[in-house]
Design a protein around this ligand. Structure first.
Ligand code: TEU
Ligand code: CA
Length: 545
């Protein structure tokens, strides 16, 4: 089994990372040109979100050809160069496998539309007088689309042009294994599996009178056997793999990631990123529930450990708002809170992920007009929320908090250049409105920068066995906003004490006054013997002697 305990993964959204042919869109040569930067940061793997031919209705998660490169991003030769150059730097490439659905422009779906029975059985078609079930798409509205030319409905848990695949069909499963084999042969180091826990649909498709239908297809009856078969038949159990698990449970994530199960190396779960959803609804806001956050980190940290599962540790990705704007303070305590949030993720048990721009503290987009947005989910919900009676300003306020475009604004390389050095022409999505003063150029050689703090966190995971291999134990903290956990390995203990809030100074009594500070996000430490004071967003990591 691959030892990934001291590894860190960097997620690249190629469309927004670096443009080199001045079409305003990021590309593979752009990623190649930034490998030295990524090496300096110290990451071990690069997860690329989909780079395959796609109509881009969902920015590439609508795949039209799984074994080719979208010409907008470059050529297969560019990809092979990226793999080789990354490997020469000790960096592995992870590709995104979108196996729950294909684009309706995929040749399989086109053949199905043309009446080819073999390919119709690659998808989920239903003949029905009315919509087969009342299930909702995750992007809003019905999860079924009627196809007049076939007089059938097809299932799409996401956009109407993302048709769900029928994993019951062994021929389809063989096709997907060949895709894995193709990229393995290209030298990729691992795979991220998109919403892989939705692939096992129920025998009977019934209406859901308690919800949007997700309870019928999430962590479905055959999901583990499908995964075991895919991993075994493609021989990827010794590669780094991660499954994106939508609305999942700890028990399933233990089964998905316990090495004895021979499924995946680790899982993404999202419960900790719904603490500011009112009634679990993304586009209805509430203040972040920090007590719930603490409980979730403890529960997922300790119970996954108990079951020998592995959490992918993350705040940010291409679907999530920027964490410093979401849970930190991007006005008064920008760097301090960005460093605190990074410290939390990088000292817990699991494999940390850094999303492009998180390492320099990039903020949300703060767009002010629906025309600024690109994301299909945001545009769908703009209409849905207006129909619910919300005003335009209310809806734009909600999108400013939770739109996926918050994380998709161009990477901010160098403010002295046009478009922050991302491109020489207007990018496909506008630079964020709170980008000023936040760029790689001003941070990469500044020891006090957010970048340098992330560099230290990554290095700490490689030098500090308590962090890479230690067990995790959450300690009681009477203050709601104080999160305390320790990592134990052999006779060594590392303590992580964090003040999650902006307006309080909290005190904590260390078990001894013999400690060594491993990393800290303030310049000075306010302590009397073993009593430390934690100012707003203060995060202190100490090794107990
Ligand atoms: O995301 C699935 C997913 O759970 C999120 O899209 C979430 O449902 C959505 O953001 C609402 O909160 C994966 C990809 O990460 C996402 O970019 C794709 O749009 C989606 O699957 C479909 O492939
Ligand atoms: Ca380009």
């Amino acid at each position: 089994m691959l030892d990934i305990s001291d590894k860190v993964v960097y997620q690249i959204y190629p469309k927004s990372f670096q443009d080199t042919n001045n079409d305003g869109i990021g590309d593979l040569p752009g990623i190649i040109s930034r490998l030295p930067y990524l090496k300096k940061l110290g990451v071990d793997y690069l997860w690329l979100t989909p780079i395959y031919p796609s109509p881009q209705n969902d920015n590439g998660y609508d795949v039209a050809d799984y074994t080719a490169i979208n010409p907008t991003y470059g050529t297969m030769a560019d990809f092979e160069t990226l793999v080789a150059k990354a490997k020469a730097l000790g960096i592995g490439i992870m590709l995104d496998m979108v196996f729950n659905h294909t684009s309706t422009e995929h040749e399989w779906f086109q053949k199905a539309l043309a009446g080819d029975k073999k390919y119709q059985d690659y998808y989920i078609f239903k003949t029905s007088e009315k919509v087969p079930t009342n299930w909702q798409s995750k992007f809003g509205n019905s999860a079924w689309e009627y196809l007049p030319q076939l007089d059938k409905w097809h299932l799409h848990l996401f956009h109407t042009t993302q048709a769900d695949l029928n994993w019951e069909n062994p021929q389809l499963r063989e096709e997907l294994k060949d895709i894995i084999r193709f990229w393995k042969a290209k030298g990729v180091a691992g795979f991220r599996f998109d919403v892989i826990n939705l692939i096992s649909k129920p025998e009977v498709f019934a209406d859901d009178f308690q919800g949007d239908g997700r309870r019928f297809y999430t962590d479905g009856p055959k999901v583990h056997s499908y995964l075991k078969e895919l991993v075994k038949d493609t021989g990827i159990e010794d590669m780094i793999t991660v499954g994106e698990m939508s609305s999942t449970t700890i028990d399933h994530c233990i089964k998905y990631s316990n090495p004895a199960e021979k499924e995946l190396s680790m899982t993404f779960s999202f419960h900790h990123l719904k603490i500011d959803y009112l009634n679990n609804q993304k586009f209805h806001l509430q203040a972040a529930d920090l007590k719930k956050l603490k409980d979730l980190f403890r529960q997922w940290g300790e119970e996954m450990q108990q079951g020998h599962g592995t959490n992918a540790l993350f705040w940010c990705n291409h679907d999530q708002p920027r964490i410093v704007s979401r849970l930190g303070d991007d006005e008064k305590h920008h760097d301090i809170s960005a460093k605190m949030l990074g410290t939390l993720i990088h000292t817990m048990r699991g494999v940390p992920y850094i999303y492009q721009g998180e390492e320099i503290g990039m903020n949300n987009a703060y767009f002010t007009d629906i025309e600024d947005y690109d994301d299909i989910e945001s545009k769908n919900y703009y209409e849905i929320l207006l129909k619910e009676g919300k005003s335009k300003e209310e809806v734009l306020h909600i999108l400013r908090q939770h739109s996926r475009d918050n994380s998709r604004t161009p990477m901010q390389w160098d403010e002295s250049k046009p478009y922050f050095g991302f491109s020489e022409v207007k990018p496909w999505l506008a630079i964020g409105k709170k980008a000023h003063g936040i760029d790689v150029a001003s941070q990469v050689n500044n020891p006090a920068s957010v970048f340098s703090h992330y560099q230290k966190l990554i290095a700490l995971r490689k030098t500090e066995p308590t962090i890479s291999k230690g067990i995790i134990k959450f300690l009681p903290a009477e203050e709601t906003d104080l999160m305390v956990f320790q990592r134990e390995y052999g006779d060594e203990t590392t303590l992580v004490i964090t003040n999650l809030k902006y307006d309080t100074s909290l005190h904590y009594e260390l078990p001894t006054e013999n400690y060594q500070v491993l990393i800290h996000n303030y310049d000075d430490l306010q302590a009397q013997e073993n009593k430390v004071q934690l100012r707003p967003y203060e995060s202190l990591v100490v090794k107990i002697k």
